[in-house]
Design a protein around this ligand. Structure first.
Ligand code: F6P
Length: 523
């Protein structure tokens, strides 16, 4: 058996955490900071180009100690060994979970069913590289002998969100190709996406691991029909490529075998941007940048794999997440990148996290009696401050926040960047420290508004004690983005292990698909 079945609530650590929770649940972050002048440095980890500051979380040294005990009792170490070595930890689908192999930079062999998969991964990467070079250089010609100007990624879920998010995040590093994403089965979305495209200079990348997904097949068929209004069947090979595990269906669709990029069943859709599913990324920013994305992810994997748990960023931050979900009973987590480039990070993480850990049956096949997968949401700051941050500051819900910031901006607009980062730090401080009645009273007095104290004072108080984590990164680059994504992927794994659930299947999406098919046939 690949993963053990350990009910976390039956561990000694869980009981200790329950008692400990009652002791510290009302301690204010101000008190934690007053009691330990070194709290910020004690609760900060530097990993490569990242600084993880988790000091503004409602934890003490003891909380971390007990959470680490929980990780040990739940055999996190054993689970990690099984995960990295290609055991079939996706037991319900009888599959290994090896997206980490796609970015592995060592000479290590990695086996699935007794077969070393490293050569196949390398071959796929060189196919991505040579194809990218041909298209980007203009050597790849369309049916009227013109070079490609536009690329359309046709896919949905993991075959869309990851590539789309990375292409948006790495816009600064982009070449001349315009990359578009068509995902929704909404025909208006399809028509809007293609309305200004020239079929002579457009390349379509159909991405579907299964090649059975209704949205992708319908959209690809509509687009092919549109293409054939001006071109012929023989021209399809110059304009359509596919990424899939289902070679038969791809060739039935009319795609030349040379134009098929591989996928493997040991890579989950939502973890697949590192494979040829990321072809649109490679086309948008060039293969070198795509490869740097992989290297960045590998570096975070190595940190996760080789660092003792008490200094391990994905481990500590996953455990802190469990502390909020299962003890403070918080239901959501907000992701706040202070970079407009990362505007698609939250939607991407919604699939990665919620499709993985939105489960209610444990690895024994029993209904869990505790909360699992959180609701993930978010948007870039400073925009979010003028939208939903009111609820975090003064609402009734406890919502742990991840602030993601960069030390440097890309265009070097210093004044903007300093203001942006002042907001980044101000928000975290306001959430943590708040503003007392006395401070509000003093403010009103200073403003000569003492007559308003009786009516306004309670509305202007900020309780504070709202948790946040700062993930401060040197600079947004393919490498640091790769590390950031890997950090969240590892959190998904760790939390799934502790919650004793299977993170890598997604049966919850099936019923709706089945019913939609039935309803569609009746219509
Ligand atoms: O419906 C959910 C899902 O299966 C996702 O897990 C997956 O990323 C998406 O659909 C697309 O699947 P495919 O790549 O097979 O078209």
């Amino acid at each position: 058996m690949a993963l053990q079945n350990i009910n976390p609530t039956k561990t000694a650590a869980w009981q200790k955490l329950t008692n400990h929770f009652n002791e510290i649940k009302d301690v204010h972050l101000k008190t934690f900071f007053n009691e330990n002048q070194n709290r910020k440095s004690d609760f900060t980890l530097n990993v490569n180009n990242f600084e993880f500051d988790y000091s503004k979380n409602r934890i003490s040294e003891k909380t971390l100690e007990l959470l680490l005990e929980l990780a040990n009792e739940c055999d996190l170490k054993g689970a990690m060994d099984a995960y990295f070595s290609g055991e079939k930890i996706n037991a319900t689908e009888k599959r290994a979970v090896l997206h980490t192999a796609l970015r592995n930079q060592t000479a290590k062999e990695i086996f699935v069913d007794g077969e070393n998969v490293v050569p196949e991964i390398k071959a796929a990467l060189s196919k991505i590289e040579s194809f990218t070079e041909k298209v980007v250089s203009g050597d790849w010609k369309g049916y009227t002998n013109k070079s490609i100007t536009d690329v359309v990624n046709i896919g949905i879920g993991g075959s869309d969100l990851g590539p789309d998010m990375v292409v948006e995040s790495l816009k600064y590093y982009k070449n001349h190709l315009n990359v578009h994403f068509v995902s929704n089965i909404d025909g208006d979305h399809v028509r809007e996406s293609i309305k200004n495209l020239n079929p002579e200079t457009t390349l379509f990348v159909i991405v579907s691991k299964t090649f059975t997904t209704q949205e992708t097949l319908t959209n690809a068929t509509t687009i092919k029909k549109w293409f054939l209004q001006s071109a012929s069947e023989a021209d399809v090979a110059k304009h359509f490529v596919a990424v899939s595990t289902n070679l038969e269906s791809v060739s039935n669709f009319g795609i030349a075998s040379d134009n098929i990029f591989p996928m493997w069943d040991w890579v989950g859709g939502r973890f697949s941007l590192w494979s040829a599913v990321g072809l649109s990324i490679s086309l948008a920013v060039g293969f070198k940048n795509f490869n740097n994305l992989l290297i960045g992810a590998f570096e975070m994997d190595e940190h996760f794999k080789n660092t003792p748990f008490e200094k391990n960023a994905p481990v500590l931050l996953s455990l802190i997440g469990i502390w909020y979900t299962n003890f403070f009973k918080s239901e959501s987590e907000v992701i706040l990148p202070y970079a407009q480039y990362l505007s698609k990070l939250a939607p991407y993480l919604q699939q990665a996290i919620m499709e993985s850990n939105g489960k209610s049956v444990d690895r024994n096949g029993e209904r869990v009696t505790y909360q699992t997968g959180n609701i993930i949401w978010g948007a870039p700051g400073s925009n979010s401050q003028h939208a939903f941050m009111q609820l975090l500051h003064q609402g009734t819900k406890l919502i742990p926040a991840d602030f993601i910031g960069f030390k440097e901006s890309l265009y070097g607009e210093k004044e903007h960047h300093n203001k942006l980062m002042a907001n980044y730090y101000a928000q975290m401080e306001a959430l943590a420290i708040g503003k007392t009645k006395e401070e509000v009273h003093l403010d009103l007095k200073t403003q000569g508004k003492l007559n308003e104290v009786s009516t306004l004072l309670p509305y202007k108080v900020f309780e504070g004690n709202k948790p946040s984590t700062s993930i401060l990164i040197d600079k947004l680059s393919p490498k640091t983005l790769g590390s950031l994504i890997s950090f969240y992927e590892q959190k998904i794994f760790i939390q799934g292990v502790i919650w004793n659930i299977y993170s890598y299947d997604q049966f919850g999406v099936e019923l709706g698909k089945e019913l939609a098919n039935k309803l569609y046939k009746k219509a």
